[in-house]
Design a protein around this ligand. Structure first.
Ligand code: SAM
Length: 239
């Protein structure tokens, strides 16, 4: 998979993708992250990438042409079609389902704004989707792009050592994940639940499902409305 970052600070996103499982995936050729800086495509001695907003008000707005040229260069860098995603607090909230969908693409171009944002005409003409990573405002889209790179990369085939581990994560089946324990069995902070050491796979699976349901009910009851629950799940929740 190839992900292009159009940003005034493309190295920031590339650096974020250089660590852990994502970094190892890049080393193994499963993923590549490339940066395109609008400043490199800006004209004039000052290589200007922003200007004052029409109508007045504070801040600056990113110019159409340097961004358009960066997007064109990103598109032309590889013949495979790319989806252009603008990181924006006004976009659709990022969800695990959306991350799964992005992970099916061979190419993504992530467009990062700065200042007050990007000239609306560029967004309308070039962007396929707008995505927000939460109801708060960042100073730039780079952190949001790094979030997408990380979340998408770990779903690509071969990136995680055990593909099952992504399937068991929170949100994959609509619920939060169960708690996890490792050695030692006894610790001054508590003991590991006995069932996890019983070797009884059916009982372990049942315990984990109960924990998932319980946690989701306690922490994110909103998720239960959308989750696919069995009769047994419903009985556990009603108990
Ligand atoms: N004036 C814009 C607004 O209120 O909608 C905010 C601009 S923000 C200071 C600058 C850039 O940061 C945006 O163009 C966008 O790329 C990025 N950004 C800020 N918050 C974000 C969020 N929650 N999710 C994704 N990108 C965000």
């Amino acid at each position: 998979m190839r992900i292009d970052i159009v940003s005034l600070f493309p190295d920031f996103v590339a650096q974020c993708a250089a660590f852990g499982v994502v970094g190892r995936a890049a080393e193994r050729g499963l993923l590549s992250v490339h940066g395109f800086n609008p400043r490199d495509y800006a004209e004039g001695n000052y290589r200007r990438v922003d200007d004052r907003p029409f109508g007045g008000g504070p801040g600056m707005v990113m110019l159409i042409d340097p961004l358009r040229a960066s997007l064109r260069a990103a598109r032309d860098a590889d013949p495979a079609p790319a989806k252009v995603v603008y990181m924006s607090p006004q976009g659709a909230p990022l969800t695990q389902a959306k991350v799964r969908e992005f992970a099916t693409h061979e190419r993504l171009i992530l467009l990062c704004g700065r200042y007050e944002g990007i000239d609306e005409r560029l967004i309308r003409a070039e962007v396929d989707e707008e995505i927000s990573i939460g109801d708060y405002v960042l100073s730039g889209g780079e952190l949001a792009a790094a979030v997408i790179v990380d979340a998408v990369a770990r779903l690509r085939e071969g990136v995680l050592g055990d593909a099952e581990s992504a399937v068991q994560d929170s949100f994959e089946d609509g619920l939060l994940d169960c708690p996890h324990y490792t050695r030692p069995v006894e610790h001054e902070l508590g003991s590991v639940p006995e069932v996890l050491m019983s070797g009884n796979h059916a009982e372990i699976a049942k315990w984990r499902r109960m924990q998932s349901l319980g946690r989701t009910w306690e922490r994110r009851p909103d998720l239960l409305d959308e989750a696919t629950l069995s009769k047994a799940d419903r009985k556990l929740l009603d108990a």
